[in-house]
Design a protein around this ligand. Sequence first.
Ligand code: NAD
Ligand code: GLY
Length: 356
Amino acid sequence: MQPIRVALGARSYNIYNGREILQELPDHLRRARMGKRLALVTNPTVFELHGYQLRETLSAAGFEVNIFTVPDGEEYKSLESAGQLYTQFAEALIERGTPLLALGGGVIGDLAGFVAATYMRGMPLVQIPTTLLAQVDSSIGGKTAVNHGELKNQIGAFYQPVAVFADTSTLKTLAPDQLVNGQAEVIKSAVVGDPLLFSLLERRMDEIKSGDERAVSSIVYRAAMVKANIVSRDEHDSGLRNNLNLGHTIGHAIESVTDFKVSHGTAVAVGMVAAARIAVRMRLFAQHDLERLLGVITSAGLPTALELNTADVLEAIKHDKKITDGHLKFILPVKIGRVVVSEKVTMDMIAEALTE
Ligand code: NAD
Ligand code: GLY
């Protein structure tokens, strides 16, 4: 597959995408004159499943791989974990020029990305995402972060990787619920910017769910392309990149009021459906396209509605960071493959859409 280019001038990079592509990583590192020492940051789950093999591949090619593991879980995406990595890096004499390879899902990618951005004021970062969500979303675009108290993803930096290696073969070991979770972001990408991806999801969902590698690789590729194109035009999230928040305003509120017991994918799916219902009422989006969206979300194994305390959800939305000067910027679909930002969405409209 042709690499996808994230075009950001001096910070441009490629996303390599496909089956078994980690075999090619040593050649890429050599061509990029990366040096022989590498810092591989991962967690024990991913190391067990894919890290041993990757270390073998790199060692056989003459690289010295220093492994640093962080316990598995969102709670370890913290300043404390970052601090422990800084200490371990210093003890291992990791230098500013040593490439950091972030092998794992979005938690490892965000945390290791933050460490790469800050250790010695910045080391080369290679993202090696191993969840569907990370391959289509979090590894692309340079948002790195840790959580701090109530501040989720609010301590961080924009720090672009030098390359992303999304090996879709690693997804074979993913728990089914994690695959479903990532599907919400794939569907979002299709609605935001790729009608052909949406048709692919409609036609090939059974193959995707059964893990057919060709089908999975094509959706990962197309979804990554949507994100890469948007990030290339709005690196710092000052306009167009907001489009990627389709379903997320309500989604984040649902996660927050349910104490994160509802998964991100489920929350985003319900948020997208609510946004689409609002858009239909505003005569921006066709009823037929809403039906198609409901069909794809359901066939992916995601819900289209949840029993929720609507008042709590509205309260959480009011505290959302995306409300600027009292105006809620809400992303609405206008057709499959195109969204707009609206400031006309009221709390009443959201309440109505959630209870429909
Ligand atoms: P995650 O990183 O916690 O991974 C989910 C689980 O899957 C973990 O237990 C992990 O160990 C396991 N896992 C990873 N790869 C595996 C594999 N190949 N086989 C088996 N198990 C595997 O969760 P996630 O959904 O990948 O990422 C969520 C995080 O991403 C959140 O912290 C979120 O804030 C962040 N995020 C960041 C961005 C961004 O732009 N930076 C965008 C979206 C989400
Ligand atoms: N996940 C949204 C963004 O990267 O902007």
